[in-house]
Structure formats: C-alpha cells, structure tokens
Design a protein around this ligand. Structure first.
Ligand SMILES: [Zn+2]
Length: 544
C-alpha cells in the first residue's frame, strides 16, 4: 500500500493544477479515471460522479466517490476530503518547468542555493520536493489508495465511505462548497449516518526545529474585519483643520495588528493574532488635499469567537484607536499653538465607530426604500464588472450607503469582507465529537513509530474543513449576514447546509515543510508509512 501511495503521489504531482486555471480539471479528471479503473467502481460506475461548481467560468468540478461496505447493513459513514489544486508556481523562478516534476526538481535543486534547513533536508534524501506534493497531492493519493484497499475487500468492510476530491481549495473553496449540498442529498438518499470528516492536508513544524507530528481534531476559522474610515479632509498647509483617515487607520493597525489580546485561546491552544492584509486611503488622485476616506482589513483567526463576538472586540479596539488619535492631535495642536503664539482651542473630533448594520439602519430611517433600491442597482452594476472582487464589492456598497447619509462627520464603519471560514472546536460535547476524539486519541497512543505524534485541537491552516459545520447561534450568523455587504449576491456560503451537516473534523496529514514556497517538500517515511495507517485506523475504528 505504501509503495502505491508513493507512486500515485508522484503521478498526481506531475499533473499541474494551479488554482483558478483550466488545468485544475486535469487533476480531477485523472482522479476520476483512476477510480473508474478500480475493480469496485468497474462494477459500480454509478458510485463515482462529478460535482460541478455552480456558474463557474472555468467549468471546474470535483469528484465524489463512495464505497458501501457489504459485511453488514451499517449506515455509519465517514467522509474523506482532499483538494486537487495547488497554489501557483511562479515562486520557482527559472526552475518553474520542474515544479510539477518532483524527481527532476529534487535533482535540479542541488544546483541552486537553498535556505539551510531545506539544503539539509535535500541532502538527507528523506524528502521529495515539488509543487503540491505536500499540499496536498500526497494526501489525495493516500485517500484514493485507502478507498481502493477498502473497496477491494468490500465483503469484509462494515460501514460506508464517501470521498470528495475537491477543486479550488486554494482559491474560494468552490469545490467543497458545491460538495456540501451533495453530501446532504446523499445522506437523505442513502440514509447515511455521517460520523466525521477526515482531511489529509499537510502538517508542518509549528516552530523552528519542531519535530513533532501533529494530528488535529478541529480547525481554525477566519474572518476579515474591515474598517471604512471617514475622516475630514484638509489642505496640507492647514492640517489641524481636518482629521486624517490615514492616521486613524494607522492607529487601528497599531492597536490590533499582531496583538495577542485579540488571539482566541482554547484548551491552551493560541490562535495567531490578526494581521492586516490591506491598508490604503481611497483618494484617487494627487493633490495637496488630505484623504477623506481610507480602509483596511485584517486576517483574523478564530478558535472560539463567533462573528458577533469578533465584531464587538474590533469595535472596542477601533474606538480605543480613534480616541488615541484625537488625544494625540489635541496634544500636538496645543504644542503647535504654543510655539506659534496662537490661541489653542480643543479640536471638535469625537470618536465614533459603528457596525455596518447600524449605518444601514440609520440611512434606511432617513431614506426608506431608496436605500435598498440603491443596493439593488449597485449589485447589478458591480456584478457586471469582472475587475471588482468580493472585497471591493463590499467596500463599494459601504461607500455608497455612507454617501447617502446626511451625517458627514468622521466615523469608522466596521464590516466583514469575504471570505468567512468558521472554526470547528471539537470539545466532546456530543456523541459524535466524543467518538472522534476518543478514536483519534486511542489510535495515536497505540501507534508504534519512531515519531512523537501529538493530538491537537485546531488545524492551524485555513482549509475546507471549516465548511463541515457552521455556528448554530442565530446571533453569530445574523451578525455575519447583516455585516457582510454583498452576502448572498457576490459572495455566498451554504450556511444552512453547513449547519445541517454539522460534523466534527480531523486532519491527519503527511509531514513536510514550506507549503506555498518553492522549497515545498514532503518527508517520505512518515508521509507514506505512518500517516496513511493513522487515517486507515481512524476510518475503521470510527465505523466499528
Ligand atoms: Zn492544502
């Protein structure tokens, strides 16, 4: 089995499938073809099918395959997922042509200078390099091989497995999001009793020199709190007459960026603090006038905080930042007046921060139906423009709604930009969670190997696992929907379906390093010999 996984890993890694390109389908079609050549599926061709992303210009698709155990008529079913796409390959520079040729690439890398750790791993011969080999062709090969092994002995297999090889994971998760409703339909049709979702995406060292192998029961989530900042413009020669939205943006960054105060901690596992992914003013031309508006957004990881709670925290943070700006402006203005012999008068600014939902309600009170008409028209116009992405779409709506408002004083409007990935915290609070936790803990404990394998609670890299569930609390979902302009128009999530699926998740991945870097590499021994056994044992024990 291990040799098979290795060969299939190399075969899949040799087919380029960069996210957001037509090539993605090449990998998916290879997966489909492989299944169709397996004995079980020759007899059951109806057990493999494509699932298309809805309205996708590239017509991308995923593969859904299932095996029904014949030992007894158990309804118990485990879902397996793996993504078939990879990130781009431009990071390989002049070695780009070898990115999808792991064996050649591993040789070629001898001719270039590498970071110390990568050079050491290359020399050791224990690693193979290549785009996607670690993230996550090896994981897909593992699951496919396990499906084959199980299906070859289906008479002695109890329970069922459903495997989804999904596309677009490194992009907008279009694959997984189109598969979620299919999984519900399948549950209905086959009367499946889903137990858990197993992913085999990569697992890497958590710090320099970390040699532990990790299994994660649960996953991190992600939100993108965004701040639309309206200041007051001024002439560059008379700057105290205004309030600079760039200064407020800077203060918000100072307050929130990489500040562990905003990190979720659950069971001692600390989420990475927020970091800005964009910060800019919205002035379109050069002039000596200061900007009137600016905006910024953060990547905000979560372990336990729901959207409404994150909203509350960042509003508090922005208020603090805004007040700091006003205080420091007053202090500097006083100094400036003293130095110049001018009379000082306190500046008129007041810190104001509100969620988008509140802005919308205030404007609606003033303008009535006109607001919704404006949003409808805007939606139509913006959807037609291929250059407007989900983030820009949300921003344009906020800008236009704010423009309609009679109140022109400085204010910070907080909203969520897409995407949203719910965290999944497997606490053990229901039978499914308990079963998954116990099963995984037991297997890891009883697996003999030279590696130190640890079970953790939150897979730390954003992945499709997030879509196996969604928060149940109405407040959480409401806060998300009413504070994400364009939700359901430009950006959609099958939230109800995710809530219905509601499964605990685990990631049991191969080991390697430098995902998304040209030194991406897979450690062969653990990845081909140990991790697959952990996955197999988890499937079998869950279905027992
Ligand atoms: Zn991945």
């Amino acid at each position: 089995m291990n040799k098979k996984i290795e060969e299939l890993t190399l075969e899949l890694a040799s087919i380029r499938g960069v996210v957001g390109t037509k090539e993605e389908n090449h990998v998916v079609e290879k997966v489909y073809e492989k299944f169709m050549n397996m004995n079980y599926f020759k007899y059951h061709p109806d057990m493999v099918k494509y699932v298309y992303i809805k309205d996708d210009k590239l017509k991308r698709k995923s593969v859904l395959a299932m095996v029904k155990g014949e030992k007894s008529s158990s309804n118990k079913t485990v879902i397996l997922i793996g993504h078939t796409d990879t990130v781009g390959i431009s990071d390989y520079g002049n070695l780009m042509e070898y990115a999808a040729n792991p064996l050649e690439l591993t040789k070629k890398l001898n001719e270039v200078t590498l970071p110390d750790d990568a050079a050491k791993d290359l020399e050791s011969g224990e690693y193979i390099f290549g785009r996607g080999i670690f993230d996550m062709k090896c994981g897909v090969a593992t699951l496919m091989t396990l499906v084959e092994t199980i299906s070859d002995d289906v008479e002695n297999f109890e329970g069922n497995i459903v495997f989804a090889a999904v596309c677009d994971e490194e992009g907008n998760s279009g694959g997984m999001l189109s598969v979620v409703p299919e999984l519900l339909k399948l549950r209905e049709k086959e009367n499946f009793d889903y137990l858990a979702v197993i992913d085999t995406d990569y697992s890497a060292p958590r710090y320099d020199g970390d040699d532990t192998r990790y299994v994660y029961v649960g996953t991190v989530g992600k939100l993108m709190p965004t701040f639309y900042i309206v200041g007051s413009e001024a002439h560059g020669g008379d700057p105290f007459k205004g309030i600079d939205p760039n200064q407020i943006a800077g203060a918000i960054t100072n307050e929130i960026n990489l500040n562990t105060k905003y990190s979720d901690i659950a069971e001692g596992e600390v989420c990475v603090p927020p970091i800005t992914l964009r910060q800019q003013d919205l002035k379109t031309e050069y002039s000596v006038q200061t900007a009137r508006t600016s905006y910024l957004y953060f990547n905000y990881g979560t372990h336990i905080s729901t959207p409404d709670q994150v909203m509350e925290k960042v509003i508090d943070g922005a208020n603090l930042a805004f007040q700091n700006v006003i205080d420091s402006l007053n202090a500097e203005y006083r100094k400036y007046c003293n130095l110049s012999g001018f009379p000082y008068e306190k500046l008129p600014w007041k810190a104001r921060v509100m969620p988008y939902e509140k802005l919308y309600n205030l404007v609606k009170e003033e303008k009535g139906e006109e607001v919704d008409k404006l949003i409808d028209d805007l939606n139509e116009k913006l959807l037609d423009d291929p250059n407007i992405d989900e983030r820009m779409f949300a921003l344009k709506i906020v800008e236009e709604i704010h423009k309609m408002w009679s109140d022109k004083d400085p204010v910070v409007i907080v909203y969520f930009s897409p995407p949203y990935y719910p965290h999944i915290y497997v606490e053990g609070k229901n039978p499914l969670e308990e079963k998954l936790l116990n099963t995984v803990n037991e297997i890891v404990e009883n697996t003999e190997s030279k590696y130190d394998i640890e079970v953790k609670k939150f897979y730390p890299y954003i992945s499709d696992l997030s879509y196996a569930a969604a928060p149940k609390e109405t407040d959480a979902v409401d806060s998300l929907k009413s504070n994400m302009p364009g939700f359901g128009v430009k950006y959609s999530l099958p939230i109800e379906e995710m809530q219905k699926l509601n499964l605990p998740v685990v990631n049991i991945g191969p080991f390697g390093k430098d995902a998304h870097k040209f030194t991406e590499r897979l450690q062969k021994d653990y990845s081909f010999n140990i991790a697959p056994k952990l996955v197999y044992d988890t499937i079998i024990n869950l279905l027992k």
